[in-house]
Design a protein around this ligand. Structure first.
Ligand SMILES: Nc1nc2c(c(=O)[nH]1)N[C@H]1C(S)=C(S)[C@@H](COP(=O)(O)O)O[C@H]1N2
Ligand SMILES: [Mo]
Length: 318
């Protein structure tokens, strides 16, 4: 797969990306007035990259401004700790994610219970800057540290009969206090089809913003699937199970008419209670004319993942 930045002027077609580009050129001091639409001037492009603001490196596929760390670490969904956005940061403060074991089971050649550090030792570490779009219609842009999920899957050697991979979050009410309440069926569960899990973009994060993953963001290890709604990106994983049946995923289990298994970001398929056509970018200055940004199919990553769903009716498999 090519990790080429989408910053070549002639490839910029989508209105939304153009808007982001304008903001970035403006921030880089290239655009003096906001009324001027940048021509696709290669010198401006070069200069913008020179100023390195915001970065347009190969791993930042959509060349977007990263969300300030304070938002990503204080506005969270992590029901094991709290149902409030500012709850997890406060209530997970004393959670200790070390040592950490991960159980690997099912249709796999290397089942067992592994110490996390040993399980992931030597896997190629990278930074990936990804959009993150919650089904609640807010979004951020987060620099993750970790490794592509396919590296770990290859190490575990699933059998050819494995068609899905399922993940589970820790269940330990003494350490995750909101699990004393039956707000959702614990443990939190998620899953991917095997070809989705093997896609280059599917990522396991052990850090963000160049630091170990904060507890409220799913320490010590969480999934990140940037083309799907945020609930697929399960936190604090303790079990990985290879299976030939579509696994249970928590939000589908809770409200099957509202949340599917696939959960691909799709502006054309509304949530029964709200539109998915646009989103609120957390921490970004809302413009008078455009307080929200357009939501993109597959969260902007269609070029890399749309093939996975060829021939599927994405309204039915939402
Ligand atoms: N175990 C677990 N994982 C979870 C959740 C959760 O409540 N529990 N919430 C999900 C939802 S709805 C979102 S939007 C993201 C939020 O991730 P963030 O807090 O790092 O932004 O985590 C997902 N993973
Ligand atoms: Mo979410």
């Amino acid at each position: 797969m090519k990790f080429i930045p989408d910053c070549h002027p002639n490839e910029v077609t989508d209105e939304d990306i153009v808007r982001h580009r304008r903001r970035f050129l403006k921030n880089a001091g290239i655009l003096a007035t906001s009324g001027f639409l940048p021509g696709c001037d290669s010198r401006a492009e070069e200069k913008a990259q020179h100023n390195q603001k915001p970065d347009c490196k190969p791993y930042n596929l959509l060349c977007e401004e990263v969300t300030a760390e304070k938002y990503a670490t204080s506005y969270n969904n992590f029901y094991e700790f709290s149902l409030l956005k500012d709850g997890p940061a406060r209530l997970a403060k004393d959670f200790n994610p070390h040592p950490w074991e991960v159980k690997v089971a099912g249709l796999v050649e290397q089942p067992g219970t592994y110490d996390l550090e040993k399980l992931i030792a030597g896997l190629p570490n990278e930074e990936r800057i990804y959009r993150f779009r919650c089904v609640e219609a807010w979004s951020m842009v987060i620099p993750w540290n970790g490794f592509a999920l396919h590296h770990l899957i290859r190490r575990l050697k699933p059998l050819s009969s494995a068609r899905y991979v399922a993940f589970e979050t820790l269940y330990d009410p003494n350490r995750m206090p909101n699990q004393h309440r039956h707000v959702i069926p614990w443990p939190y569960r998620e899953g991917l089809r095997m070809d989705e899990a093997m896609n280059e973009l599917a990522f396991m994060a052990t850090g963000m913003y160049g630091k170990p993953l904060p507890n409220q963001n799913g320490a010590p290890i969480r999934l990140v699937v940037p083309w799907k709604y945020g609930f697929k990106s399960i936190k604090s994983i303790v079990a990985i199970h290879f299976t030939d049946k579509q696994p249970v995923n928590s939000w589908h289990q809770i409200a099957p008419q509202e949340y599917g298994f696939y959960a691909n970001v799709n502006p054309a398929v509304d949530h029964p209670r709200w539109s998915q056509a646009s989103e609120r970018r957390i921490g970004a200055k809302a413009s008078l004319f455009n307080p929200r940004i357009k939501t993109l199919p597959f969260n902007g990553y269609g070029e890399y993942v749309a093939d996975l769903y060829k021939g599927m009716d994405l309204r039915r498999f939402f």
